[in-house]
Design a protein around this ligand. Structure first.
Ligand SMILES: N[C@@H](CCC[C@H](N)C(=O)O)C(=O)O
Length: 288
């Protein structure tokens, strides 16, 4: 690591990240360094840390294999320093950074992630759309027609039914009963999920607002409650689309505490996430 580290702070619907350029791929981050950068009191502060690395310089072979399609790898760490496979909001902020820095100049390009190549598209309305690629229900053999395959425990409530989805990273979406107020849920401690997901999970709580429109809160693996989660918004929309039955729309608006996202189920069991991205500060830190 160098003695000084340049960084950029950005967010997508207030899911906030510390971006660290490592343009020659020589400054890997230890989990403890990522956690310190993300620390809101002792560090810069963020829900996650994104190292900007040439794909050819990634340490994982499965990422380097994406180099023919994507020049840049989004090396994503949660606020606790753990590596995550994917971050939907992070892909938009990462893409905005690449464009601002002139590292990519086209209005559509691919980025490398731990869960494969993702294709980014800058829209005329200022939003950024990302094809997050294939998704699936995680445990269809043990689920009913409604996809329910898990229970989620939150303080003060009977267990909630939930469905598990794989968006490259793990998600558990709760079908919140009408009697429960989304805003009153206590998400200060991690919801307890049964069966226990082997790699942990991100847990989304959904309130339907109308056909094609939901509100959501999320407790992220490796972070805590955040104001948005892009892969979580996709999981929530896809689960609600299943529950809505035949005739449900492919495009869903997902309102989160930090803003609004658009999720579209694409042919071939793929999903697109669209929303804003903002780069709000640049600096140098000695937290290395
Ligand atoms: N906020 C992200 C997801 C970040 C990773 C997640 N906490 C995990 O561990 O899987 C998003 O926008 O998708």
């Amino acid at each position: 690591m160098a003695d000084q580290l340049a960084f950029t702070k950005g967010h997508g619907t207030e899911n906030d990240f510390v971006l660290v350029p490592d343009l020659d791929g020589t400054h890997d981050l230890m989990p403890s360094q990522a956690a310190l950068l993300a620390d809101r009191r002792a560090g810069i502060g963020g829900d996650g840390v994104i190292r900007v690395v040439p794909t050819v310089a990634a340490s994982e072979e499965s990422v380097r294999a994406q180099a023919s399609e994507a020049r840049w790898f989004m090396d994503y760490r949660n606020a606790d320093g753990s590596a995550a496979e994917m971050c939907g909001n992070g892909t938009r902020v990462f893409a905005a950074y690449l464009r601002r820095e002139g590292l990519e100049s086209a209005s559509a390009f691919a980025i490398a992630t731990r869960s494969g190549v993702k294709r980014v598209r800058f829209e005329a309305d200022g939003l950024i759309a990302v094809n997050l690629g294939p998704w699936r229900f995680a445990d269809p053999e043990n689920a009913g027609d409604d996809g329910i395959d898990a229970l989620v425990h939150v303080p003060g409530h009977d267990p909630f039914s939930a469905v598990s989805l794989d968006l490259g990273n793990p998600h558990t979406v709760v079908a919140l009963p009408e009697t429960v107020d989304l805003n009153s849920l206590d998400l200060t401690s991690p919801p307890v999920v049964n069966p226990v997901p082997p790699q942990g999970t991100n847990v989304e709580f959904v309130r339907p607002r109308g056909l094609g429109h939901i509100s959501m809160r999320v407790h992220e693996r490796g972070v805590g409650e955040t104001r948005s989660c892009g892969t979580g918004a996709c999981a929530a929309a896809l689960a609600t689309r299943l529950w809505a039955g035949a005739g449900a729309p492919d495009t869903w608006i997902v309102d989160v505490p930090g803003g609004r996202l658009r999720v579209t189920a694409l042919p071939g069991q793929e999903v697109e996430l669209a929303g804003p991205a903002a780069l709000v500060a640049d600096g140098v830190t000695n937290l290395v």
